[in-house]
Design a protein. Structure first.
Lengths: 293, 347
């Protein structure tokens, strides 16, 4: 019976970190849907968000409830500036070039963070209590539960926004056909900016949650690679795929980490990625694009 | 001003160097390469050797990415395969250096073909991500296949011997690295005068059209992966002899990004681009060291800023070149050449 309880606890922890993966994957999906850019710098924006939170919360001594929106706004601002400054001029270039721009951007962000805050790992000011929560008999860390609830709420909000809000519909229209959307009077460049702003804001928020659980360091952007696996497996343009893929990958990583050993996490993650690419390159829920000559 | 070059034979038309100035400059360049180790001190010789090792790997990646259009972020992992092959052969069998380097290329090529299999199903960004995944899996193998790779602490490589001469100084290593790299670059340049190289270019320009023309995509894509990985393997082998220790952390994902950045900065799809890009990307961060030393009297603690500054400059160079000079340095060189060729008439 204890084995089963242990499995349950491991699974719950996995779902919690999976929710964070989903949230980060949502940032990938938003940006990809609108601009067809895979933004590898999402991981670094996430790191930047957590450091901004650290600066506002611990450095300037602001209340965490003020620091959190400021960190999200800082990430969003970075996204907006990057979109206008770097991505817009690259419009029409090959996807690889734009991808490499975001890789370079990630390197710049890491360097800047190291310049300002140094390379040592730090811990965020505590804003979630350490006392554990018991669901039935299973023990769950409160931080992971909070992260799960926040991520779930944000994902649900975005699903509803895409379905019913005009801006969400505009984004879906842009994703389907940019020229047609433009001719219907949708402000496509505006959609581009909005997607980058919101996407990077989400990534910064996910960074704060991730930092609260595991501490922050300039190399925490690697988390973005796991989220990238989620979006490839789930489908690059599907929010549902990001949600399910994130939770599934969180579970699998948690199981692999517990039953095989922590070092197997990355090999299982990337093995899954290769299998997914071989079997369904467009993802579980993604749109299957037909190549025209 | 050169009005034109009258070519009377097909041989002349397909030659690597077509004009007299090109031949003169190439001769000057080769003479400079031969003179370099006699005038440079150990630190600069170290940098030149490192740059040449990177030239080999970047040229290989250029064959794959620049000429065949298959983007790979796994080139450094193939270098690691080559480095480990050399280290293992030196430790277990003690075979001669040239045999080891060839074996390094061969093993890396085999792994490369294996990693290239997803390229039949996916392309573009998806392939880049698949190669990232492959390099993480290879990293896992390096850490955990302890009997062969020595685990996290890696393998120490004894100095290479060449006909009884121990290659311990950079001066001696230079005379191994230079001919091997030169041979690899020459091989790449000649590859694109052959049927295989032309097929690679056809695959890059439009793979479906290439298949219609009778180019089997399966064979040529895997061949391109194999050749690129062979180059990476040999360069990795040289790297192992150069640094004399191979660990799983020697070739991180960042090294793959570095190589891809090198061919982007240099100019994709040109042999010259791979060479210039690798040299530029190796030396530019070192130039930063001099800048930091120069400002250190005024800026306290400037030494600790060096590493983050390098990271920033590295990223900024990738972004800057892609936004402002997407064809890379090779295009700048071509522009300069054009200027002189048309000089009095068009300025």
């Amino acid at each position: 019976m204890t084995d089963l309880l242990f499995l349950l606890e491991v699974s719950l922890a996995g779902l919690g970190s999976g929710a964070l993966l989903s949230l980060t994957a949502l940032a990938f999906v938003l940006i990809y849907k609108a601009t067809r850019v895979i933004n590898l710098a999402v991981g670094e924006i996430l790191m930047l968000g957590s450091y901004l939170f650290f600066a506002f919360g611990a450095g300037m001594g602001l209340s965490v409830w003020l620091a959190l929106p400021l960190a999200v706004a800082g990430g969003a601002l970075t996204g907006a500036v990057v979109e206008r400054g770097l991505i817009r001029p690259m419009l029409g270039e090959s996807p690889i070039s734009v991808f490499m721009v975001t890789v370079g951007l990630g390197s710049v962000l890491i360097g800047l963070v190291e310049l300002i805050w140094g390379t040592d790992p730090r811990s965020l000011p505590p804003f979630i209590a350490n006392t554990p929560v018991f669901l039935g008999e299973a023990y769950v860390s409160r931080k992971i539960l909070v992260a799960f609830l926040v991520a779930g709420a944000v994902m649900a909000a975005f699903m509803l926004l895409f379905r019913y809000w005009r801006g969400g519909v505009a984004l879906r229209a842009t994703a389907t056909d940019q020229a047609a959307a433009y001719s219907c009077g949708i402000n496509v460049p505006g959609v581009f900016s909005a997607a980058w702003t919101v996407g990077c804001g989400i990534a910064a928020g996910a960074g704060v949650l991730l930092g609260a659980i595991g501490g922050i360091s300039p190399s925490m952007g690697v988390f973005g690679l796991s989220a990238l696996v989620v979006v490839i497996v789930g489908g690059l343009d599907s929010i549902l795929g990001a949600l399910i893929g994130g939770l599934a990958l969180g579970l699998i990583q948690s199981w692999a980490g517990t039953y095989l050993g922590g070092e197997y996490q990355s090999v299982v993650t990337f093995g899954l990625l290769i299998v997914a690419l071989m079997v369904r390159p467009y993802g579980l829920f993604g749109t299957h694009e037909i190549e025209r000559l | 001003m050169i009005i034109g070059t009258a070519k009377e034979t097909y041989r002349a038309d397909a030659a690597l160097l077509t004009t007299q100035p090109q031949r003169v400059w190439m001769a000057i360049f080769l003479a400079a390469l031969l003179a370099l180790p006699f005038v440079l001190d150990a630190y600069w010789l170290y940098l030149v050797c490192l740059a040449m090792i990177n030239v080999g790997a970047a040229t290989g990646l250029n064959i794959l990415t620049g000429y065949t259009g298959l983007v790979s972020l796994g080139q450094a992992a193939f270098m690691a395969v080559g480095a480990y092959t050399v280290a293992w052969l030196e430790r277990e069998l003690g075979t001669p250096m040239l045999v080891n380097l060839t074996a390094a290329g061969g093993v890396a090529a085999a792994v490369g073909v294996l990693v290239g299999i997803p390229s039949l199903r996916v392309k573009g960004l998806y392939l880049a991500i698949a190669t990232i995944a492959a390099s993480f899996i290879l990293h896992f193998v390096f850490v955990h296949w302890v009997p062969v790779t020595g685990g996290a602490s890696g393998i120490n490589v004894p100095p290479a011997t060449f006909f009884g001469v121990e290659l311990v100084t950079y001066f001696r290593l230079y005379w191994v690295i230079l001919p091997v790299t030169a041979l690899m670059v020459l091989g790449a340049a000649n590859l694109f005068r052959t049927r295989i190289g032309r097929a690679f270019i056809a695959v890059r320009d439009r793979d479906i059209s290439a298949e219609v023309l009778g180019i089997p995509l399966l064979r040529y894509k895997l061949m391109s992966f194999g050749i690129a990985s062979f180059y990476a393997g040999v360069s990795g082998g040289l790297w192992a002899y150069f640094f004399r220790v191979v660990t799983p952390e020697s070739f991180p994902l960042l090294a793959s990004i570095f190589l891809l950045a090198a061919i982007i900065v240099g100019g994709m799809g040109t042999i010259l681009g791979g060479i210039i890009g690798a040299i530029f990307m190796t030396l530019a961060p070192e130039m930063l060291r001099f800048v930091v030393e120069w400002v250190s009297p005024w800026v306290p603690g400037a030494g600790t800023l060096l590493s983050p500054l390098r990271t920033v400059v590295f990223g900024a160079m990738i972004v800057g070149f892609l936004v402002f000079e997407p064809q890379g340095i090779a295009e700048i060189v071509a522009r300069v050449r054009r200027y002189f060729r048309l000089w009095p008439f068009r300025t």
